[in-house]
Design a protein around this ligand. Sequence first.
Ligand code: PXG
Ligand code: PLP
Length: 445
Amino acid sequence: MNDLSDHAAARPNNLDAFWMPYTANRSFKSTPRLLARAEGMYYYTQDNHEIVDGTAGLWCCNAGHGRREIVEAIQKQAAIMDFAPTFQMGHPIAFQAAAKVAAMTPAGLDKVFFTNSGSEAADTALKIALAYHRARGESQRVRLIGRERGYHGVGFGGMSVGGIGTNRKQFGAMLPYVDHLPHTHSLERAFTRGQPAQGVELADKLLDLIMLHGGETIAAVMVEPVSGSTGVLVPPVGYLQRLRDICDAHGILLIYDEVITGFGRLGTNFGAERLGVTPDLMTMAKGITNAAVPMGAVACHEKIYDAIVNGAPAGIELFHGYTYSGHPLAAAACIATLDLYDREELPARAMSMEPVFEDAAHAMKGLPNVIDVRNIGLVAGIELQPRPGKPTDRAVRVFQRCFDNGVLTRTTGDIIALSPPLIVENKHIDRIFSVLSDAIRAEAA
Ligand code: PXG
Ligand code: PLP
């Protein structure tokens, strides 16, 4: 055995110290599920049990696992220069990585601020929005509008603007001056393929908030183009355009959180392109490095950079940044990843696989307790009727059965979410949905 396989086979003798994130720690530690290595479309457990990755890790390994080009770029950079500050200093590949990201984003969104995660990107975008208004003499614009069931990570900004009760209730008072739009999901539109035709008027709720607070006090509206982690909520046709129009009429910035929808997931570079509406600021993370090194970013419209940077006195223009903003290993991984997406045309590949994936997902209609299927790009949500008095139990057991039978899925509430790597082939789609339908049948009672 070489060093690498030794590492993969190593068994922890004690699971106590790692306080696992978003995990039922007691239950996990009594029946652990440990992944040892990954390649292409597959994970492998320590006993070499093969698992099809139906979720691209956590919506992040868009090019599949262990891609040689990315591995080599990271190895090479680690040997050349492990770390260099980006505060009042620079190193070439951080600039190259930013230029590559800017080349992929919609026209105008050409200034890139690096972070280390989606949560940091969300808080950074909110802070930049506030600083933009202040730089233009509108420092009364302090309100931030999010949406119910929005997920913008776990920092105080993203958590407050996010709309998930369980993520907030343990943590006290939240940011002040935050309000929320209603979410766009309705089971009346169950089993819609792609964007629902009904529901554009939900965007008009923004007018109610403007009436209530005064549009001149609102800095930004932040939404996911498609909500991912709360169960794949696809926006109604016309909804994002209406939000855009209302924001423009009232001088409010529109922020998209593209942490999941970026880098080909919806069949285009970003969700903005697929859905035809461009925001002023866009957050991203996950797929930016194929998840090989942590990295996030905020792409900003040039007008925002210009207002903040050119409007400031000589000296530091924005008092914000992370030790690891533009970290050399992340920048190297980012460049290699974006080259790979480009070379393999993975966004276009996702678009071409969408009909197959969509049909396979919608074939779940009619299975016991399936109350909705929704999809766009290579994302699908399958919603199950909760067990009476035991919310989430059915979905968690379906997840467990799938895992035991060699397919990784994701659950949120009683919704199963699927988001395979964009290299997925027909045979993987067949396997994912055949294992999933068996599991759903097995949990019919
Ligand atoms: N915004 C969005 C839209 C996300 O999906 C974040 C921000 C935060 O990114 P970081 O890198 O700080 O985790 C995310 C992350 C799930 C799940 O259960 C989804 C995410 C994270 C963890 C779990 O689907 N998305
Ligand atoms: N806490 C302390 C004491 C620090 O010195 C720093 C950074 O210098 C931070 C937190 C923030 O760390 P990071 O820049 O990695 O987000």
